[in-house]
Write a protein that binds this ligand. Structure first.
Ligand code: GTP
Length: 82
C-alpha cells in the first residue's frame, strides 16, 4: 500500500515575477503565455494540487499561489520564518 505525504507550498513575491507560471507549469505541465489575464480575476490567491509518485510513495503538493506584493505586504511584508 502506498503512503501519501502532503507537502504545503506557498508562493510569495512581487507582482509579475512568474509565481503563477511556475505553479501551472508544475501542476498542469503547461505554460500559459497570457496567464496574468485569468489570474488577476482572483484577488487574493489560487490553489492547486499535484500528486507525484516517488518510489513506493506518493507526494501530494498543496500549492497556494498568492496574487502579488499587495497581498504579500498585508501579511507583514516579510518572508522571514517561512
Ligand atoms: N519568457 C518568460 N516569460 C515568463 C516566464 N515566467 C513567467 N513569464 C511571464 O511573465 C508574466 C508574469 O507571470 P505570472 O506567472 O503571472 O507572474 P506572477 O508572479 O504570478 O504575477 P502576479 O499574479 O501579478 O503576482 C506573464 O506574462 C508570464 O507569461 C518565463 O520563464 N519566461
Amino acid at each position: 500500500m502506498m503512503a501519501i505525504g502532503e507537502l504545503k507550498v506557498c508562493l510569495l513575491g512581487d507582482t509579475g515575477i512568474g509565481k503563477s507560471s511556475i505553479a501551472c507549469r508544475f501542476a498542469q505541465d503547461h505554460f500559459y503565455h497570457n496567464i496574468s489575464v485569468n489570474h488577476h480575476a482572483q484577488p487574493e490567491a489560487s490553489f492547486m494540487t499535484k500528486t507525484v509518485p516517488s518510489g513506493n510513495d506518493l507526494h501530494k503538493f498543496l500549492i497556494w499561489d498568492t496574487a502579488g506584493q499587495e497581498w504579500f505586504h498585508s501579511l507583514g511584508g516579510s518572508s522571514e520564518g517561512c
